[in-house]
Design a protein around this ligand. Structure first.
Ligand code: ADP
Ligand code: MG
Length: 236
């Protein structure tokens, strides 16, 4: 446990440093983007430069999420409200990629003691991955259920699935199999879930799809702050 404490302390410091650097990078980047847009006449060059700038911006933005957000507001939240907010944001993207989203809500649902923005971010990262895994369209099943102990969200996609040798690397910083990926989404999600005392489980079959299950307790205790959690994974 002493080693784990040291580890988590190290991670916190690294996270804060990274967030500081990310913040400093994003300001000049905005200015740079404006100039590039104005100065480069050759469309091709401009597009490449803008794309690369946006990529740096995307990575810095995800980095910023690693540090604790400025204002943490823990409250009793309705999990369906949080899910609905995220689904609304993703609706047009789903439509664009010819994806159907089927939701199944098992009521009644308990209220969850949580930080709403963090939980929404975690849900968003899972849904984005599911959508990105389905190049050829398909159906995304989103199921929410609850009991006296907590709420469970299951996101099931019909996408490409995860190779067994990749399962244990999910949530490792910078682990990505996507050309445009950052490999930070699941790391952030994992951190949020464990901060809330919850669990994250992957069930995947290559070529068939993936089911991700996120469980959050109704009464998270935010006083400890030591993150020793790991992603649990099984292959179907
Ligand atoms: P990114 O999305 O930027 O690649 P993430 O941390 O969100 O980073 O995901 C890491 C990797 O995990 C992805 O590149 C992908 O290989 C795999 N992955 C995550 N979710 C899924 C999913 N639903 N289906 C297939 N692969 C997934
Ligand atoms: Mg992702």
């Amino acid at each position: 446990t002493e080693e784990k404490l040291r580890q988590s302390e190290k991670l916190t410091i690294v996270g804060q440093l990274a967030a500081g650097v990310a913040h400093e990078i994003r300001n000049p980047l905005t200015a740079l983007r404006g100039f590039v847009q104005l100065q480069f006449e050759k469309d091709e060059v401009r597009e490449i430069m803008l794309k690369e700038i946006d990529r740096i911006d995307c990575i810095s933005r995800e980095f910023l999420l690693l540090a604790k957000p400025q204002s943490i507001r823990v409250a009793e939240e309705d999990p369906l409200g949080l899910l609905t907010d995220v689904l609304t944001l993703l609706q047009s993207q789903a439509h664009l990629h010819k994806l159907m989203i089927v939701t199944e809500i098992d009521k009644p649902l308990p209220k969850i003691r949580c930080e709403a923005n963090q939980v929404k971010q975690a849900i968003m990262n899972l849904l984005k991955n599911a959508m990105e895994a389905m190049d050829e369209g398909g159906t995304l099943y989103v199921r929410l259920k609850g009991d006296q102990e907590g709420a469970t969200l299951t996101v099931t996609d019909e996408g490409r699935g995860i190779a067994p040798e990749h399962v244990k690397r999910l949530g490792d910083p910078f682990f990505t199999t996507k050309e445009e990926g950052t490999g930070l989404g699941l790391m952030v999600t994992r951190q949020i879930v464990h901060h809330h005392g919850g669990t994250l489980t992957f069930d995947s079959e290559l070529g068939k799809g993936t089911a991700v299950t996120m469980w959050l307790p109704i009464d998270a205790d935010f006083s400890t702050g030591v993150d020793t959690g790991e992603i649990q994974a099984t292959t179907m």
